[in-house]
Design a binder for this molecule. Structure first.
Ligand code: ADP
Ligand code: MG
Length: 612
């Protein structure tokens, strides 16, 4: 890299000249070396490719003063130690054909020369069996010294004064704490992606973490994020790697666990951390109503697929990948997430199997026709200004689950008769939270959120079964829309009809609305249709139509569910809980808010100082 290519050939001739090797490397560095964290990534990946079992990374002053990566990998002989600093020098790729089946992290042969061209660089390396190692010193791309060195087997790369010779780049670096943040995030990502490798991270002479080689991903997550982090996760129920589907393993957040950013959404493909919209979309789809709008799932998702099924050569830092069959990957991820959430549900429901009804406290479910007398406190605290139930009086009867008049066709009570629940209801707090005893401890259920979930799944079942029972309007309504929307509506009429929206073309730009799905309010049909058009358009072509029906349901369910402050009677509560436990995703409402929280025995004991 020290020899300028054709130095004088074009002097005084045309306007085009070949760049010197050093300048070319600096240009390449612009792509590969964005910031100190990218240097760490490239160097650690080289160590991983060299088969290291222990990697130590030390940085100083946000990585600008120093980045030192030490490994116990294969090392290099003198010839390779010099060759590796040439552009496009790599031991991992021989021909274009190899590109289709990359099994290493690196393959471009660009990282080392790029990094060496924008820093004061020192490489020491020794093969395990060799008597002596080699030290190479490079400044701003110029090799300054090559000599014997007596280091331990393996390789150590030191990068000092990053971007010292490119002031413009240096200016783009953020504050030290910001760069430190990127560095730590990068170290975590590398450590999670490679649990079998021991990692030590030292920042400004302080050890930030020291992770032993771990046999299981689980151990690595615990070592890095603590037991609390692991508690938030469920293991992915991966499918066997048959019929060519990708093997998927790892952990995902329990329903209700989410983050405001994608920072904890980690995806690895063949060990490589990637950002990929297909997978982001699939995760969202898999969680679906278990995730609130604007929130992101927590994932440690590992996909293994044949190298030929994925192209990693699409991004200079290899952060992005392209799949040859994206829809296969998408579907596999969606179903793995769903399966995992559902099996977690089964585990969770088991905690409620404690048929101990005989021991129910006074006034609980045992007396179906009296007021909600879950202990005297509840009644005593009734505000006098709302004289719905005076102490000792029987409240007016109300339907088990109040609907608006046109909703009768979907009352859940029709579908499943109430069953005595294998749980113990203790009472109702604040006329909102149902208190229950389960095997794991105390469970609080939000009655509104719980009812939303129950109604939502019930309506969705009907939609899936084509059992929507569109409700005829007494007088059909005509609806006018602009020419673009009209054309769009015409194309989607069949889908809309399946959802219970009885809409027919009725002259140019005019439609006749004859029926509505029972769960939609009828008061402003014009506006409703407009909203439906907007939503369908926004959903795009890759969103299943079913999903649109679900969105509409989710929106309206809220209006029909029992509210906070609605007093439920014993059997109503019992049925609500039984219905909830029978749901596919009982632990959150259709908007992703939790329907229940659990306070474990251990937590209670801690709070009461019975255990520390
Ligand atoms: P790439 O990783 O794309 O091959 P690099 O510039 O990162 O390109 O590295 C060039 C070559 O140097 C590698 O192919 C490898 O043979 C060698 N090399 C780099 N780092 C190490 C290391 N830590 N241990 C052993 N060999 C290494
Ligand atoms: Mg590399």
């Amino acid at each position: 890299m020290t020899h300028p290519r054709n130095p004088a050939r074009f002097e005084g001739m045309g306007r085009i000249a070949l760049l010197s090797e050093t300048v070319a490397s600096q240009v390449a560095a612009g792509e590969v070396v964005e910031r100190p964290a990218s240097v760490v990534k490239e160097l650690v990946e080289n160590s991983l490719d060299a088969g290291a079992s222990r990697i130590t990374v030390a940085i100083q002053r946000g990585g600008v003063a120093l980045i030192r990566v030490t490994d116990d990998g294969s090392g290099m002989d003198r010839e390779d130690a010099l060759l590796c600093l040439e552009r496009h020098a790599t031991s991992k790729l021989r021909s274009g054909r190899d590109l289709a089946a990359i099994a290493t992290m690196g393959f471009r042969g660009e990282a080392l020369p790029s990094i060496a061209s924008v820093s004061r660089f020192r490489l020491t390396t020794r093969e395990p069996a060799a008597l002596a190692g080699t030290e190479v010193i490079v400044n701003g791309g110029k090799i300054e010294a090559v000599r014997d060195a007596g280091e331990a087997p393996g390789t150590q790369v030191e990068v000092r004064s990053l971007f010292y010779n490119l002031p413009a780049r240096r200016k783009f670096l953020r504050s030290e704490p910001t760069e430190n943040g990127h560095l730590e995030a990068m170290m975590q990502q590398l450590a999670i992606g490679n649990p079998r490798v021991g990692f030590t991270f030292v920042r400004d002479e302080r050890t930030i973490f020291q992770l032993p080689a771990a046999a299981r991903l689980e151990d690595r997550i615990r070592d890095l994020g603590g037991a609390a982090m692991l508690d938030e996760l469920i293991e992915i129920d991966g499918s066997p790697d048959d019929d060519g589907r990708p093997a998927i393993r790892g952990f995902i957040g329990k329903p209700g666990v989410s983050r405001g950013s994608r920072a904890d959404q980690r995806v690895f493909i063949n060990g490589r951390a990637v950002e990929n919209t297909t997978i982001h979309h699939a995760l969202r789809e898999g969680y679906h109503t278990a995730l609130m709008k604007g929130r992101h799932p927590v994932t440690f998702l590992f996909l293994e697929l044949p190298p030929a099924a994925v192209d990693v050569n699409v991004h200079p830092a290899k952060r992005e990948v392209r799949f040859h069959r994206p829809s296969d990957i998408h579907d596999a991820v969606v179903s793995a997430v769903r399966r995992s959430l559902e099996s977690a549900r089964a585990d969770w429901a088991r905690g409620f199997h404690q048929p101990d009804l005989a021991a129910a406290p006074t006034g609980a479910i045992a007396a179906p026709d009296t007021a909600v007398l879950f202990g005297a406190t509840d009644v005593a605290h009734l505000p006098t200004s709302v004289p719905r139930v005076a102490p000792g009086e029987v409240p007016p009867a109300r339907p088990a689950f109040p609907m608006e008049a046109p909703m009768t066709s979907v009352a859940p009570s029709e579908v499943r008769p109430p069953q005595p629940g294998p749980f113990r209801i203790l009472g109702v707090l604040h006329r909102l939270y149902v208190l229950m005893e389960g095997e794991g401890g105390l469970v609080l259920v939000d009655q509104h959120a719980a009812h939303e979930r129950v109604l939502f799944e019930e309506l969705r079942r009907r939609l899936e079964a084509g059992d929507v029972h569109a409700q005829r309007l007494l007088l059909p309504l005509t609806i006018e829309v602009g020419p673009r929307d009209a054309e769009w509506l015409c194309r989607n009429l069949a889908d809309l009809q399946r959802l219970g929206l009885g809409l027919e073309a009725f002259g140019p730009g005019t439609f006749k609305l004859e029926s509505l799905p029972p769960f939609l309010p009828v008061d402003r049909p014009q506006q409703l249709i407009r909203e439906v058009i907007e939503e369908l358009k926004a959903a795009g072509t890759d969103t299943p139509r079913m999903r649109l029906g679900e969105e509409m349901i989710a929106k309206t369910v809220c209006r029909h569910a029992v509210k906070a402050n609605d007093r439920l009677r014993g059997p109503e509560i019992e049925k609500l809980i039984a219905d909830l436990l029978a749901c596919e995703l009982p632990y959150c409402c259709p908007h992703g808010r939790p329907t229940m929280i659990q306070i474990s025995h251990a937590e209670l004991e801690k709070k009461f100082g019975r255990r520390t």
